[in-house]
Ligand binder design. Sequence first.
Ligand code: PGA
Length: 267
Amino acid sequence: MEVIILPTEHDVSELVATRLQNLIAKKPDSVIGLPTGATPLQVYKKLIQSFKENKIDFQKITTFNLDEYLGLGPKDPNSYFSFMKEVFFDHININIHNTHVLDGLTVDVAKECDQYENSIHHAGGIDLQLLGIGHDGHIAFNEPGSALRSRTRIKALTKETRQANSKYFGSLDHVPTHVLTMGVETILEAKECLLMAFGEHKSRAIAKMVEGAISSSCPASALQFHPNTKIIIDEQAASKLSRVNYYKSVFENKPEWQLKAEGFLSN
Ligand code: PGA
């Protein structure tokens, strides 16, 4: 796990967008895992901008979203499918048939979740998984207490997560109580993970994930097992880490060949 600390959300989003752009240039049929929420919004904006400037072609990529609210269909404005269309898919040349979001209206939850796992497998696995993190250390909707070997399944949301997401629904009462979500182990199978976080309010979760024990109390800490994960955060989200100077010096002193090999600089 490498921690990259940059001054602002803008810098973090720029670096992550560059990584995605380089990945797609190298492998046009990349399989990419996508998050929703506020964290990835600037990355999506930057990718849309690059698309408009003819610097990136999304035609052959395949995407899998991390999660969806149970009970919300793709046409519901609060569904994550609608969210993805509004902030990203409708603005690029992605083939909508190559995008995957769990079906929140399924009548057979177990079958839907199994099929999602199978679709990821048949696509060849996820090349790059983008992630945010919840205040409580959740990734996707794997709330604290989630098995670290969990697969795609139904999950009940904590009151805190429903509260945090109520801004999209107008009131807490309207936030669904259950979701379908990729499991922790599903996420760990991605070839590469990039987790982003911004702001002081994420600093406790970041410190627990990076420097705490691997524990289901902080599902994101399972990323410590992953051999190719980068945690890319702003100064405020890094404020409770104890090895900030070390993390910064590793990234600042990285040779150009390594940045290119990792896809953070164009060849
Ligand atoms: P956010 O959510 O990007 O809206 O902060 C992240 C999460 O809950 O995983």
